[in-house]
Design a protein. Structure first.
Length: 352
């Protein structure tokens, strides 16, 4: 019998718990033929090897920017974080990511005054904390770890988060992916390994109206997940089939929910966004920028990261809640010194 003949052969060893040992040897031995046991052993060795390999990866500090979307509470598990990091050859020693800007699971309606009031209370507490960490004040000036950011929040808050994080190195963004057929749920934050590098020409900028208004107000549209219907915009931007403000659009030819599917997508998008912001600032002399975004979570963070000029024009972020044809309404204003909730007037300082 092979079990007796190979009892001392290391190639025949399979580590089992007591329950599985009894199941295989006594309870249901016929259900575990030699071929199946070899397959179990090979899979176990491969998984152990994979886990040991992760010890060589660079260490990062994970942050989850989670909010309530569509009246549902966003959730991110430790397993999802680990798998996404390992897929990018990164690792973290702390299992659970720190959570930023989460107003509370009981506050699930994201367009109520209660929600925004609680959210701004959270911002007032957490923005100074993350700023101290980023500038080294909380670490006695020591260099910070690289950061892994897992964003799933209202577009306006993701833009604000990117603005706070800044456009510095050592920040890794992870995109939640949809429709990953045949893959385990924990891999939804991992960048798809089968996706090819995108073309640098994938993201484009076009001018929809170029004559600056006397007020200095301009519009910037970002159409990545869907093309933005102008009729959904506030009337001071677009009315009766006409653009009333100078307007630029960053877009792709084929918008979709999976438009950001490779880390290089964010680099190419960021370069086009830089060009659009320079045009608004230098050529249009923008004094106020109305920002209307239809884009994945990571792209929203990148938009905020690009808002780094010391004296940039205030950005009015808009949200569309209530379905694909709901109007875009102003939500928050981000200046170089503070963020303001436009419905309530609540403010939070952005000064470090």
């Amino acid at each position: 019998m092979d079990s007796t003949r190979l009892a001392d052969d290391p190639s025949n060893f399979l580590l089992l718990c007591d329950s599985c040992h009894r199941l295989i040897d006594r309870v249901s031995p016929t259900e575990y033929p030699t071929e199946k046991l070899h397959a179990i052993r090979d899979a176990s060795i491969a998984e152990v090897s994979r886990l040991l390999d992760t010890l060589q990866y660079r260490e990062v500090k994970p942050y989850a920017i989670l909010g309530n979307l569509g009246n549902q509470v966003a959730y991110l598990s430790s397993a999802e974080v680990r798998e996404a990091l390992w897929n990018s050859k990164l690792r973290c020693t702390k299992d659970a990511p720190e959570t930023l800007f989460q107003p509370g699971n009981h506050l699930y309606k994201d367009q109520t005054s209660t929600y925004w009031g609680a959210l701004f209370e959270t911002l007032r507490q957490e923005i100074p904390q993350i700023q101290r960490y980023l500038n080294g004040a909380s670490r006695s000036g020591a260099g910070r770890e690289e950061l892994a950011i897992f964003p799933l929040h209202l577009t306006s808050i993701l833009i604000l988060a990117g603005h706070i994080l800044g456009d510095n190195g050592g920040i890794h963004l992870f995109q939640p992916h949809r429709d990953k057929v045949g893959e385990d749920l924990v891999t939804r934050w991992a960048w798809p390994t089968s996706t090819l590098s995108p073309s640098p020409e994938k993201y484009k900028v076009r001018t929809l109206k170029s004559n600056p208004a006397d007020s200095g107000e301009v519009c910037l549209l970002v159409s990545l997940t869907f093309g933005i219907d102008p009729s959904r915009l506030p009337e001071h931007c677009y009315k009766d089939g006409k653009w009333l403000l100078s307007t630029l659009e960053v877009f792709v030819d084929e918008p979709s929910a999976n438009v950001i599917s490779h880390p290089e997508d964010l680099q190419h998008f960021g370069r086009q966004l830089d060009d659009a912001l320079r045009t608004l600032q230098d050529q249009f002399r923008a004094k106020k920028i109305h920002l209307i975004v239809g884009a994945p979570a990571t792209a929203a963070v990148v938009i905020g990261q690009k808002m780094q000029a010391r004296h940039h024009a205030p950005f009015i972020c808009h949200e569309s809640i209530g379905g694909p044809q709901a109007p875009f309404l102003p939500s928050i204003e981000i200046s170089s010194t503070q963020v303001t909730a436009l419905a309530s007037g609540a403010t939070c300082s952005l000064q470090p």
